[in-house]
Structure formats: C-alpha cells, structure tokens
Unconditional design. Structure first.
Ligand code: A2P
Length: 274
C-alpha cells in the first residue's frame, strides 16, 4: 500500500522506506525483518552505519523475491575517487550479500581533490554495468548539484537530504523539481523528540486521530518526498508506514511547513565548499 515514485531512470522506488541509521549491528537483522513483515519494501543503509551485513541477513532470511525489494546503500567519504568507489561498492555488495543494488548514493559532497565529480563517473560506470540500478547523491547543496550537472552526463536520480518541518528545504526541493531529481528526506521526524512534542503537531494529531509522527510523515508524502523514518521500536515501525489512509488539508500542510526554524539535527553541508 506504499505508492511508488518514478525516478529519472524509469525505475520505481517506494515512497516510504525503513532507514537504519544508528541501528546497531546486533539489532538490525531483527528490526529489518520486522519492517519487512510490516510491509516495508525499501531499506536504506550505508557503509558507514556498520550494519550492512545485518541488513543483508534479514533480506536473505525473508521469503521476498529480490525484485520486490528496493535496497539503498551509500559510499563513505574516505572512499571517494574513481577506483576507490568501485572497490568500496564491491565491499558493500559482499557485506549485503547482493549482486546488485537498487540505489547507490554518494554520502556527502566532500570537496577534496574534486573527488565527488570523479566519484560520480565511477557511479555512472556501476549504473551502466547494471550493478547499481539507479545512482544518486546525499547532502548535496545546489552548488554541488550544479557541478555534477555541468561537468558530467548523468543527472542524479535523487538527493537524500536532511528535511523535516523545522527544515523544509524549499529551495533544494524546487531545484530538484526543475532538474528531474527526486527529493528524499533523512531524519524526516527531526530525530523524534522535540519536534514531535510541538503543540501544533500534537493538536493536528488529535484532529486527524493519528500520532504526531504520522502527521509529519503524511506531510512528507503530500510534498512528494521519498522518506525513510528510522525507529528501533517495532510498534513505531508499524505505525510509521500507516500514513496512506488520510489526507492533510492544504491549510494544515502550510501550518506544518511554517514550523521552519532552519535548525538542523545533522551536519551543515554548507561547510563543504563546492
Ligand atoms: P526509536 O528508535 O526509539 O523508536 P528520524 O528518522 O527523524 O531520525 O527519527 C528517528 C527518531 O525518532 C528515533 O529516535 C525514533 O525513536 C523516533 N521515532 C521514530 N518513529 C517514531 C514514532 N512513530 N513516534 C515517536 N518517535 C518516533
């Protein structure tokens, strides 16, 4: 019951997936299995999370067909560069136990030695070889995206960025829309505490008979974002995918967007020069 978003490669991706940032290697297999049982078909991990093996184990243990799953992983900063990207990809695939990935992302736009442009060329090769069905970026700002658009031939399928009601990212979302890049939100709940206690959200939760987290996730869905809420709590994993049976009014959407403070929960990518 999760709708698909069509990427600029023609591939489709579930609009809502399960993110495993900060999920420990010991817990991840059980929690991913829980998510798959709850109906998630998209799983988002990264080499730096240290839990790719556990994600792979849950996929191997499930009775779902590989083509029914959408798996994302990310290249860590230290491995940027043409040859090191290809090697790091092989290592991620070995840890995941997969022979292709649905989406491979450059994790951060580290500026050193023009690495992300060279890295992007290696990602294109992985895409051409069919080993990465789609390729994209994460935490890129408009100047980083402009460089890829100007200096290379392949437009990223998506940009995964910090995005939540305190940081609605209007400019980046508009830039993405102009260039056919999908927007994917990380920390869609602003990491939970604080944002989810906001009285605006708790009163909307009462109005719609949903939790504050479900209100925020529905806001993402109606903005057209792809998103990957993280939870290590089975009841919340289940609740977070149940956001396709109600609709926020346009006024309530605007009220949530007005919670913008500009305060980030993660690192500021502006610190990375273009
Ligand atoms: P927990 O893992 O203990 O369930 P984000 O994806 O924005 O980074 O948010 C993740 C944080 O939000 C985690 O601390 C998670 O807590 C919490 N969280 C996830 N889903 C919910 C929910 N439905 N209600 C309340 N908190 C949630």
């Amino acid at each position: 019951h999760v709708p698909n978003i069509t990427l600029n490669t023609g591939a489709t991706m579930p609009q809502l997936g399960y993110g495993v940032f900060q999920v420990s290697p010991g817990e991840v297999t059980g929690l991913v299995s829980e998510a798959l049982r709850a109906g998630y078909r998209s799983i988002d991990t990264a080499a730096i999370y240290g839990n790719e093996e556990g994600v792979g184990r849950a996929i191997a243990e499930s009775d779902l067909a590989r083509e029914d799953l959408f798996v994302t992983t990310k290249l860590w900063n230290d491995h940027q560069g043409y040859g090191s990207t290809l090697a790091a990809f092989d290592e991620s695939m070995a840890r995941l136990g997969l022979d292709y990935i649905d989406l491979y992302l450059i994790h951060w736009p580290v500026p050193s030695k023009d690495a992300y442009v060279e890295t992007w060329k290696a990602m294109q090769r992985l895409h051409e070889e069919g080993r990465a069905k789609a390729i994209g970026v994460s935490n890129f700002q408009i100047p980083h995206l402009r460089r890829l658009l100007d200096e290379t031939d392949v437009v990223p399928a998506l940009n995964q960025i910090e995005l939540h009601p305190n940081l609605p990212q209007r400019q980046l979302r508009e830039f993405h829309a102009e260039h056919g890049i999908a927007t994917e939100a990380w920390s869609p709940l602003g990491q939970g505490k604080g944002l989810l206690d906001d009285p605006t959200l708790t009163s909307l939760a009462t109005k719609y008979g949903k939790s504050p987290a479900q209100i925020v996730l529905r806001w993402h869905v109606q903005l057209g974002n792809i998103t990957i809420p993280k939870s290590a709590t089975p009841s919340r994993i289940k609740q977070n995918i149940e956001v396709f049976d109600f609709e926020l009014s346009a006024d309530d959407m605007a009220t949530i967007t007005a919670l913008e403070t500009g305060v980030r929960v993660g690192p500021d990518p502006d610190a990375f020069g273009a």
